[in-house]
Design a protein around this ligand. Sequence first.
Ligand code: FES
Length: 145
Amino acid sequence: MSEWTPKIVAFCCYYCAYSAADLAGSMRLQYPPNIRVVELPCTGKVDVGVLLAALEAGADGVYVAGCLEGDCHFLKGNFRAKQRVAYAKRLLEEIGLEPERLEMYNLSGSMGPRFAEIAQEMTERITKLGPSPLNRQHRKGEVGP
Ligand code: FES
């Protein structure tokens, strides 16, 4: 039997988390390879529909990583993202899905080690929760797309 590893989507702001991911790579920091990074011009671009669509499409966990509070290049993008993540978490709870599958983080482009730490933290958290019930490949008797 193969060992299950969670699929995690990270929506990362170009100015911070994406640069931090680059830095983590340059520093040769180890972090789980199951993180799929989606680069955004700002986390203010992410909306509730996108977060839920990622889970519906088979992600077991999703996180948004934006600039430190007060450092967003578009002023309030990361605050908007924070509110949207909080709202999406409430929706997940309402439909019976663990809200912990979704999270918001803030970091700067120089925080390569923190990027690796977040990737590890989310992987451990989602591994504990197990496969998402929305992930077709793990539903009993169903064949994935
Ligand atoms: Fe980074 Fe807005 S520019 S979160």
